[in-house]
Design a protein around this ligand. Structure first.
Ligand code: FES
Length: 252
């Protein structure tokens, strides 16, 4: 599970949002969209905890994965300073990602991302389209400077962008876009802030799957830092049972 990777390309794709392409030995793994890597930022005691970061693109042919993150705390800001050619210590693949078999060829599904929840949905859209599933996408951001991946999703299908301050796309939230385009979809797949997921979980009429963004400790099920409650009254660990859960499964 512990893997040494090499940083081969780093790009700032929106305000404080970075894409990092890592070369590593992918043949060992079957990765699912929605899984994440746990990155060790440096060997110094300043950054003891690894950071969970979503995988936004998987390229088996070239042995590369792309991870996309917001440089907001000391750890991710440090990661954003990495030079190409540097070695990166990653635990991967972690978590229980989206099951693409939940949609059939010919289905039309809705993919909904909010902010830094958008990246894992790109690989999901790619794999669903390869399977013959039609995807429509709704991406929500705070402001124009935060918008990314609109062109990437456009390749696969109709893509709507909403910004909370109205500086780009629809003025409002992803739910405002959904009100306009309707809910005539076979399934929905969402990732983003908990408040957005809660609204979708409670209001979307079709079956769906949500992915939680959560602070984590170990990332592989031993520290209990990421436990969430289930609606049935039990507990699940987001790092190993999730981060993807079926609609209605967990308390948000
Ligand atoms: Fe340690 Fe989930 S992060 S159990």
């Amino acid at each position: 599970m512990l893997q040494l990777a090499t940083a081969i390309k780093k790009t700032e794709i929106a305000d404080t949002i970075f894409e990092l392409v890592l070369k590593t030995e992918l043949q060992k793994y079957t990765l699912r969209p929605g899984q994440f890597v746990h990155v060790r930022i440096s060997k110094s005691t300043e950054h003891v905890l690894r950071r969970p970061i979503s995988i936004s693109n998987i390229d088996y042919d070239n042995n590369e994965i792309t991870i996309t993150f917001r440089a907001e705390g000391p750890g991710t800001k440090k990661l954003a300073e990495i030079n190409t050619g540097a070695a990166v210590d990653v635990l991967m693949p972690l978590g229980n990602g989206y099951d693409i078999n939940t949609a059939e060829a010919g289905d039309h599904v809705l993919i909904i991302g909010g902010g830094i929840g958008v990246p894992p949905l790109y690989e999901l859209a790619k794999q669903l389209n390869e399977r013959g599933v039609k995807t429509t996408h709704v991406l929500g951001f705070n402001s124009k400077k935060d918008v990314f991946y609109e062109e990437n999703f456009n390749i696969f299908g109709e893509t709507h962008v909403a910004t909370a301050d109205g500086t780009y796309g629809v003025h409002g939230l992803v739910t405002d876009v959904i009100q306009n385009i309707g809910t005539h979809f076979d399934k929905f797949y969402a990732c983003g802030p908990k408040v957005m997921l809660k609204v979708l979980d409670e209001t979307m009429p079709m079956d769906g799957f949500i992915s939680l963004e959560e602070r984590m400790g170990c990332g592989f099920g031993v520290c209990y830092a990421c436990v969430c409650e289930t609606k049935a009254g039990g507990h699940l660990k987001i790092c190993t049972d999730g981060p993807v859960f079926e609609k209605g499964a967990v308390v948000l």
